[in-house]
Ligand binder design. Structure first.
Ligand SMILES: O=C(O)c1ccccc1N[C@@H]1O[C@H](COP(=O)(O)O)[C@@H](O)[C@H]1O
Length: 223
């Protein structure tokens, strides 16, 4: 009986993105993150070289998945990132087409995620063009100064009650204060945070990482 109840309890997936130091990678793992995100995009304050990403990747135990974030990377850079970092997941966060991400998925066998800027109901419908091409869609705020990582939330009610055809996740402006509301409104299976666990752009804060993960786990325990 007890086992059945435990099995029914939904455990949210938590991705902490834009990590760039050993200390913060270790903190995210200790706090219960299920996914660690590494950004390779030179315009981002969270950009790290592929060699540094590979070093951080080696600290991550098998039960925590490593997500390599790329933005409109060409085929050469995409293969270099995969060969050097050996991520579990590739997150495409630019204007990559369904055709391109499907090729990467087929040729590498890796899990492929696509970030999608959600503007309105019509854009939610148009996101279905990625069905069959990716393993997970990550709904985010439409691009601003950067394609992502701006710390700005979108209207989560767009996702309330939506019948999702593929696995998905929620990103954009999440933090410890709003993540419970975001989970309640959207019932998302995965939350993805970057700016919301920083003390300055690109500087992750270990206490904020711990508090964010605790808020998510408290929500999980309450449902
Ligand atoms: O983090 C970045 O700098 C970044 C740069 C380019 C594309 C995506 C980026 N981050 C991703 O954006 C979402 C939302 O981030 P935030 O919590 O609003 O800061 C998330 O997937 C980040 O990993």
């Amino acid at each position: 009986m007890y086992g059945i109840i435990l099995n029914q309890q939904q455990r949210s997936l938590i991705k902490i993105c834009g990590l760039s130091t050993e200390e913060t990678v270790d903190a995210a793992i200790a706090a219960g993150a299920t996914h660690i995100g590494l950004v390779h995009f030179e315009k981002s304050p969270r950009h790290i070289s592929l060699e540094d990403a590979a070093k951080l990747r080696r600290r991550v135990p098998a039960e925590v998945k490593v997500v390599q974030l790329l933005v409109n990377a060409d085929p050469k850079l995409t293969s270099q990132a995969i060969a050097t970092v050996r991520p579990d997941v590739i997150q495409f966060h630019g204007s990559e087409t369904p055709e391109w991400v499907k090729i990467v998925r087929k040729q590498t066998g890796l899990e492929v995620w696509k970030a999608f800027g959600l503007r309105d109901q019509a854009s939610l419908e148009s996101s279905s063009r990625y069905v069959g091409a990716i393993d997970r869609i990550l709904f985010d705020t439409p691009a601003k100064a950067l394609p992502g990582g701006n710390g700005v939330a979108f209207d989560w009610s767009l996702l309330a009650g939506h019948d999702h055809p593929i696995p998905w996740g929620l990103a954009g402006g999440l933090d410890t204060e709003n993540v419970t509301e975001a989970l309640k409104t959207t019932n998302t299976p995965l939350v993805d945070v970057s700016s919301g666990v920083e003390s300055a752009p690109g500087v992750k804060d270990v206490d904020k990482i711990a508090a964010f993960c605790q808020a998510v786990r408290e929500f999980d325990a309450s449902r």
